[in-house]
Design a protein around this ligand. Structure first.
Ligand SMILES: Cc1ncc(COP(=O)(O)O)c(C=O)c1O
Length: 415
């Protein structure tokens, strides 16, 4: 077939006339290919998938039952636009009950999202003009920055390093960048580092935002998955509502990734602007899903159960990796364990393989050991292990960890 004129119509933001012609393979595609190749080479061996970023189980029965009931009601059939009050009220209550944040006005300070990803894609249109800067942290979830760039904005990356407990050094942002910056995007507990923020850090960030006329987008997709204590909302800092919105998500805390539901909460003017752009982007999530999510938010014990599972698995995985000399520290929340890649590995047979990056080690693990992970090389060579691996119950979890131990037998990692 001759080349279609359509090839010449693509916008520069996705590659323009060269769209689809790049031979560059992106990280997640590389991982998928390596998994396929490993499976083809060892069709009878189980791939242990520590790479996925979503729960291994479905939503709990209470949520599913509520959805079944709500889906049968004719009044839930239509467009929901910017959402129903039942969900907004449940979200405001949840902010108080679970995060200890009182006084969220459900009418003006909460609007649902079709998942945090959708909110991160919508919010830049409310804030970013050409030439404006979005301050993002790396490694991280890039969606806000991608859209900021598509709107003619720029991204300034702040590195998250072990020395700084994976909290960004705000003082390192150059003055000329700050002058043009509009938004600071934070994500705690963090994907991929698993790090949590502290109230002191959030207080510093709020003050920094106020002094530099910045909006804080606090992506709290993992906020409720904590292993001890209460989830930390940026709104636990007095005055944070003057500068911030927080993005919460049903995906991880209620095993609802496919349901596509979350909420944007905080500064009423920002929430309103989000709602105005959202209104021109989507027509709202199915009301039956919103109402089932409202019912679920009234049961935070569901999240406690899910978090306890990840905590238990994390203990097993951290113990195992440390046994082999990898330096793993249990995070305070999320389901991600971020581990520095060693310089080399020596097998029991004496074969030595050098790793120049996290990606090298990740490729070696999938090819040689059929263990899938996600490499991150933006701020040093690291691997992300996720404890969302498939296992039914505690005995099966121990079996999976035991299987990794067998595959690691005799390995020596060099740093
Ligand atoms: C940091 C972060 N933010 C947002 C999201 C998107 O979550 P949701 O399912 O709510 O769209 C993810 C999903 O992996 C994430 O890791």
């Amino acid at each position: 077939m001759s080349e279609s004129y359509i090839q010449n119509l693509f916008a520069e933001r996705i590659g323009g006339k060269a769209y689809g012609k790049s031979t560059q393979i992106y990280k997640f595609e590389k991982i998928k290919r390596a998994k396929r190749a490993a499976l083809a080479a060892h069709p009878n061996t189980e791939i242990i998938d520590l790479g996925v970023g979503e729960p291994d189980e479905m939503a709990l029965p209470l949520s599913v039952r509520a959805l079944c009931e709500e889906a049968q009601k004719p009044e839930n059939r239509g467009y929901s636009d910017n959402g129903c009050l039942e969900f907004k009220r449940a979200a405001a209550n949840w902010m108080y009950k679970v995060c200890g944040v009182p006084g969220i006005d459900p009418e003006t300070e909460v609007i649902h999202s079709i998942g945090s990803k959708a909110a991160l894609a919508i919010l830049p249109a409310a804030l970013i003009n050409p030439g404006d800067v979005a301050i993002m942290t790396v490694p991280g979830y890039p969606v806000f920055g991608t859209h900021a760039k598509w709107l003619g904005g720029e991204v300034f990356n702040l590195k998250l390093t072990e020395e700084n407990h994976f909290l960004p050094d705000l003082a390192s942002i150059p003055k000329d960048v700050l002058k043009r910056a509009k938004a600071l995007v934070l994500n705690y507990p963090n994907n991929p580092t698993g790090a949590s923020a502290t109230k002191e850090f959030f207080a510093k960030a709020v003050e920094f935002a106020r002094q530099n006329n910045l909006v804080i987008i606090s992506d709290a997709a993992y906020a409720a998955l904590v292993f001890e204590g209460k989830p930390l909302s940026i709104f636990s800092v007095p005055g944070a509502k003057d500068v911030a919105v927080e993005l919460h998500s049903m995906s991880k805390m209620y095993n609802m990734t496919g349901w596509r539901m979350g909420f944007v909460v905080g500064n009423p003017l920002l929430v309103k602007a989000y709602g105005d752009v959202k209104d021109n982007t989507d027509s709202g999530q199915f009301l039956a899903i919103q109402k089932a999510c409202a019912a679920s938010l009234d049961h935070p014990e569901i999240t406690h159960k899910i978090a306890a599972k990840y905590s238990r698995r994390m203990d097993l995985l951290v113990g195992l990796l440390n046994k082999f000399g990898l330096k793993a520290t249990k995070p305070k929340g999320s389901f991600f364990l971020y581990v520095r890649a060693p310089k080399a590995v020596v097998t029991a047979e004496g074969q030595r393989t050098e790793f120049k990056s996290g990606e090298d080690m990740s490729q070696w693990l999938i090819t040689e050991k059929l263990i899938s992970t996600v490499p991150w090389d933006d701020a040093g060579p690291y691997l992300r292990f996720s404890v969302t691996f498939i296992a039914k119950g505690e005995a099966d979890e121990r079996r999976v960890i035991g299987e990794i131990e067998k595959r690691f037998a005799g390995l020596k990692f060099e740093f």
